[in-house]
Design a protein around this ligand. Structure first.
Ligand SMILES: *[C@@H]1O[C@H](CO)[C@@H](O)[C@H](O)[C@H]1NC(C)=O
Ligand SMILES: *[C@@H]1O[C@H](CO)[C@@H](O)[C@H](O)[C@H]1NC(C)=O
Ligand SMILES: *[C@@H]1O[C@H](CO)[C@@H](O)[C@H](O)[C@H]1NC(C)=O
Length: 304
């Protein structure tokens, strides 16, 4: 009983391909269901009728959007602006003369063949459009003190597939990790090729230079302009010394003004009515003729 059923099933499987052939279902094939084309080039979305009995099958192309589906080829003609940029090739394939990034997506080729036993067939084509990167935006700190950390950024948003990034210093490519190369042993940095950031954990004098970054993908590359990063010595002794000098000057000035008040210097001047007249010689500078040199030498003195 079970044996006979199995034999019948085997027979059916053997003859199924023949049966299908005799049914005359319209059948579609494609030489490439996932074409990849560079932006501004020609794209051919291959859809070929493999079998049909119908002399003039009806052909339609639709673009399947996530929100809406639009007709590309319908009622035997190109729709909308597709009329200027697309045509059919070999009866059913769709040719787009000049693809843009907006053209990427799923296209459906549909054929209706009324004289066939199974009258309809469809095939989806996934068009990918590659876009060259544009020059990336780079951010480089202008000056960083020795020993501090620093982050340089490089970003590009047009390229597809998403670009990876390389950094260059004075025209020389930097490795992803300074430790990977003996040439950069005096530096301490890492590069994230995916995000485009170059991070110095501690900048050194030798890290001063012109930095530039390159965004690269399958179809092209683009650079940002060189930007200079300068590394300066943070001289602690110098800074403390400077602050002390300023404090000294301030206290001397204060003492001087106090003394002047006590001696009545300002009050006397006001009574004479001379205080607002511009003196012929600046108060703080005395010009002295020296016999030996026969020249003017100037000497600064403190204004009180
Ligand atoms: C393709 O289209 C772009 C803009 O849409 C245009 O700048 C370019 O010239 C076109 N290329 C060709 C070959 O028609
Ligand atoms: C179309 O192809 C792209 C990349 O080739 C892929 O990321 C995407 O998921 C595909 N879409 C569909 C609906 O298969
Ligand atoms: C690293 O620094 C040392 C000491 O300052 C120096 O002798 C050497 O030449 C530097 N190496 C490189 C590759 O710049």
């Amino acid at each position: 009983m079970a044996l006979r059923r199995r034999a019948r099933l085997l027979l059916l499987l053997l003859f199924l391909p023949m049966l299908r052939y005799r049914i005359f279902a319209v059948e579609l094939i494609s030489t490439d269901q996932n074409p990849i084309v560079q932006e501004f080039q020609r794209a051919e979305l291959s859809c070929i009728i493999a079998t049909t009995k119908t002399a003039n099958p009806r052909i339609e192309w639709k673009k399947i959007g996530s929100k809406e589906t639009t007709y590309v080829f319908f009622d035997n003609k190109m729709q909308g602006d597709w009329a200027y940029r697309a045509h059919l090739n070999s009866r059913t394939s769709l040719v787009i003369a000049n693809v843009t990034r907006a053209d990427k997506g799923i296209y459906r080729c549909e054929v209706v063949a009324p004289e066939d036993t199974r009258i309809g067939a469809e095939i989806n084509i996934n068009l990918t459009v590659h876009v060259k990167p544009v020059p990336p935006k780079c951010r480089v700190p202008q000056s960083v003190p020795v020993g501090k950390s620093a982050t340089l950024q490089c970003q590009e948003n047009e390229g597809f597939p998403e670009p990876t990034y390389n950094w260059y210093r004075n025209g020389e490519a930097l490795p992803l990790d300074s430790k990977a190369s003996s040439k950069f042993q005096n530096s301490s940095f890492t590069v994230n090729a995916k995000t485009g950031t170059l991070v110095f954990s501690e900048v050194q004098k030798g890290d001063t230079g012109r930095y530039s970054c390159r965004a690269l993908n399958a179809v092209g590359d683009a650079w940002c302009e060189d930007l200079v990063m300068e590394v300066y010595d943070l001289n602690i002794a110098g800074i403390v010394g400077g602050i002390l000098v300023v404090l000294l000057v301030l206290s001397l000035t204060t003492v001087g003004i106090c003394c002047a008040y006590r001696k009545g210097f300002f009050i006397n001047n006001k009574q004479n009515g001379n205080s607002y007249k511009t003196p012929t010689k600046p108060d703080g500078v005395n010009y002295i003729r020296t016999d030996e040199e026969g020249d003017f030498r100037h000497k600064s003195s403190f204004v009180i």
